[in-house]
Design a protein around this ligand. Structure first.
Ligand SMILES: Nc1ncnc2c1ncn2[C@@H]1O[C@H](COP(=O)(O)OP(=O)(O)OP(=O)(O)O)[C@@H](O)[C@H]1O
Ligand SMILES: [Mg+2]
Length: 317
């Protein structure tokens, strides 16, 4: 689904090869000003490669990107001052203080003097680290480093923010602080492109979700539309007796069964209705001689959408 409003970012038929490996294969999407878009996919899906190309850090093999209305021309393109990237890998100097790190970043945006000092103070206050401004980054927790990384991208008050897995490896408290920061940026009307492999993060922070897998867009929809796709039906979870490998694909052909996945010890079946679905599944398990010792049912989660689209779980890698 294409967003309404003026596109602030247009990605068209993007392809990036690394040798024979296709990291990004024909990816297209647009983002409207003020939208908050989740770029969701498992490890290796092509999220970072896509962002790197969009931000002008990596050349595409083919395809084009228009950001803020035009293609980035060179490293000193003035449009670069209108977006910020929070990279997946921390880009901080451990031996320097938080303030010194931000001063270095500010210099890259040609900020200096009083304006830079004020911007650093503002950014540190925003991420809740103003009281640690003069401490060395090497003394910070993983979550605090992530927050400095975020502050660095905000120094020049960009209109568009690209966040590449900003909560990886952080404690729940810092994670929540980062969520609150992103929510505040949204309230301020910033456009946010948020990369993650956690469905619950996009549920909280995004209005739209682009799902990438193996370098391809497998779904591009509003969160509301995605939710309506999973709201119908139930998921049955069986804990199986024994742990021998088995083939349960015969369940897939049953009427009213939408989706089936299993491991040696657990079976998950999504059914349209509890009454008919459960009965058919139980009959088939009996016929196949499969025994179980526990069964529960729940409404399917958004994670099921990913499984449905790709046949694997988001964090299978
Ligand atoms: N510099 C590189 N050289 C060779 N292959 C690369 C390079 N960068 C990425 N790749 C490959 O491209 C594919 C996509 O990688 P990318 O980093 O974009 O995935 P990702 O979705 O960001 O994954 P993750 O969730 O693990 O960060 C992977 O198969 C990866 O090995
Ligand atoms: Mg990545």
């Amino acid at each position: 689904m294409s967003p309404s409003g003026t596109p602030i970012l247009e990605v068209e038929n993007l392809v990036r090869l690394f040798g024979d490996r296709k990291a990004v294969g024909d990816v297209s999407f647009t983002v409207a000003a003020g939208e908050s878009v989740g770029l969701l996919g498992p490890n290796g899906a092509g999220k970072t490669t896509t962002l790197s190309i969009v931000c002008g850090l990596l050349r595409p093999t083919s395809g084009s990107v228009r950001i803020l209305g035009h293609a980035l021309r060179a490293d000193d393109d003035p449009a670069k001052a209108r977006f910020g990237l929070v990279p997946q890998e921390l880009a901080l100097m451990e031996a320097l203080s938080a303030r010194e790190n931000l001063a270095l970043c500010g210099a890259l945006y040609r900020m200096h003097g009083d304006a830079l000092a004020k911007a650093i103070q503002r950014a540190l206050e925003f991420v809740g680290l103003a009281d640690r401004a003069t401490d060395r980054v090497s003394t910070f927790s993983g979550g605090m480093k992530r927050r400095v990384n975020l502050a660095a991208a905000l120094l020049h008050d960009p209109e568009i923010l690209f966040l590449d897995e900003p909560t990886v490896g952080v404690d729940p408290q810092s994670r929540n602080a980062i969520f609150e920061n992103v929510e505040e940026l949204r309230r301020r009307g910033k456009t946010v492109i948020y990369t993650t492999h956690y469905m619950e993060e996009v549920e909280r922070l995004c209005d739209r979700v682009i799902i990438l897998d193996h370098g391809q867009v497998v779904s591009d929809d509003s969160l509301k539309a995605l939710k309506s796709r999973v709201s119908a039906g139930f998921e049955l979870r069986f804990e199986l007796d024994g742990a021998e490998p088995r083939d349960l694909s015969s369940l897939k052909g049953l009427a009213g069964v939408r989706q089936v996945s299993w491991t040696n010890t657990e079976l998950r079946v999504q059914v349209d209705s509890m009454e008919d679905g459960l009965e058919r599944v139980l009959a088939e398990l009996r016929r196949a001689g499969v025994h179980f010792h526990h069964l529960d049912s729940r409404r399917p989660s958004l994670e099921n959408i990913f499984l449905q689209l790709t046949g694997r779980n988001l964090r299978d890698g």
